[in-house]
Design a protein around this ligand. Structure first.
Ligand SMILES: *Cc1c(COP(=O)(O)O)cnc(C)c1O
Ligand code: SF4
Length: 359
């Protein structure tokens, strides 16, 4: 009974999600550019609008609010730069079958659905999330499994989308069952924003499904300290208590978290709730996301300041996924200065130079 209630709880959030301007409260301040977005979506090609009542409630009624900026679309999304790409990571050439991307030798990425509880306006997977193809079909899953069987160099499977936790517990169990039935040795990673935008989703039924596929890691996306609430804390705790390590990938977003104090706060708060900050991503060159992008030079300065502020536990790796399929590279500053007369010279965090004899 309890399970049924909880299950309905997250489905009720989806059912009551805000999906067009008519769903916004009467006193909601809407800018001209936001209003025009909704009038122009008929043009097609844009990422849909949907926000859960829960995530909506975290936002302040002010167009520059950092939570609101993540779910409220505007005409800025139609401003496509010449260097922005439909396939910003050049993944097409790494896709051996539909919905599977095998870019790195020992791990592959599976896109099980293209729907999400909240469509993040900065989404770099927007060319996939706007397709409305829904959940992976049995035929597609069969092809993916055949590939996984032939490629035993794949040791880790990233299950993403879209948001895989938009599938209900039975659908998820069926997919995980078929995958692990064919490849018992796989380590699973589930990429989901549910703890942030739909914490009700982490219900007992889900926990008992996920628990039976350990080792399984969850990677989520907290971008701002105000996303850490009593509910998201509870969601994360129940995952960790079930033996599921939780990591976080923050996207560096202009007007949301592009200063070291906001990032330090979110990273420290994550450590308190037992979430390890894993990556801080430079914005990918996805179409219509330039208003969120932080120039690399500034990003590197912010990351450098962050490093001075927080502990190693709280520090994510600032990285960029190179366009055209180059893959992820860390954007760390170099502490190495030079090698001279059998010694290496380093600059430490305080800018002082130290010698390390190394013949
Ligand atoms: C990011 C990514 C991975 C995982 O990379 P890690 O550095 O191990 O987190 C795997 N496959 C694809 C296609 C990716 O984009
Ligand atoms: S949850 Fe992920 S895939 Fe979905 S819109 Fe947000 S960034 Fe894109």
């Amino acid at each position: 009974m309890e399970r049924v209630m909880e299950n309905e709880n997250w489905k009720r959030q989806i059912e009551h999600s805000l999906r067009n301007t008519k769903d916004l409260p009467a006193d909601f301040v809407i800018t001209e550019s936001e209003k025009n977005y909704f009038e122009n979506t008929a043009r097609g090609g844009s990422l849909g609008f949907s926000v859960t009542p829960y995530y909506f409630s975290l936002a302040e009624n002010n167009p520059s609010d950092p939570i609101r900026r993540q779910f409220m679309p505007s005409m800025d999304e139609f401003a496509v730069k010449t260097y922005e790409l439909e396939d910003p990571l050049g993944e097409n050439r790494f896709s051996p079958c539909t919905r599977l991307i095998h870019r790195y030798q020992d791990r592959a990425l599976l896109l099980v659905t293209d729907s999400c509880a909240v469509y993040c306006r900065h989404c770099f997977r927007r060319s996939f999330t706007r397709l409305n193809r829904g959940i992976i079909s049995m035929e597609e899953l069969g092809n993916v499994i055949a590939y996984l069987k032939r490629h035993d160099e794949i040791m880790e499977l990233l299950i993403s989308g879209g948001d895989p936790l938009m599938l209900d517990n039975q659908e998820l169990e069926m997919i995980l069952d078929r995958i692990t039935g064919a490849r018992k040795d796989l380590v699973l990673r589930v990429g989901t924003r549910a703890p942030v935008v739909l914490p009700q989703r982490i219900d007992n039924g889900l926990l008992s499904v996920l628990k039976s596929y350990l080792p399984l890691w969850v990677i989520t996306q907290f971008n701002h300290p105000r996303e850490i609430t009593a509910q998201s804390r509870k969601a994360v705790s129940s995952l960790v208590d079930s033996g599921i390590p939780v990591l976080n990938q923050t996207v560096l977003l202009r007007g949301v978290n592009d200063d070291e104090d906001t990032l330090a706060l979110v990273c420290r708060e994550l450590v308190k709730i037992r979430v390890k900050p894993y990556y801080l991503f430079q914005g990918d060159l996805a179409e219509g996301t330039s208003h969120f992008r932080v120039p690399l030079k500034r990003g590197m300065k912010i990351a450098q300041e962050l490093r001075r502020k927080v502990s190693g536990l709280a520090l994510p790796v600032y990285a960029v996924d190179l366009p055209g399929g180059g893959g992820k590279v860390p954007l760390t500053e170099s502490y190495f200065l030079k090698r001279e007369n059998g010694s290496c010279y380093f600059k430490n965090g305080e800018g002082e130079v130290y010698k390390y004899p190394d013949e």
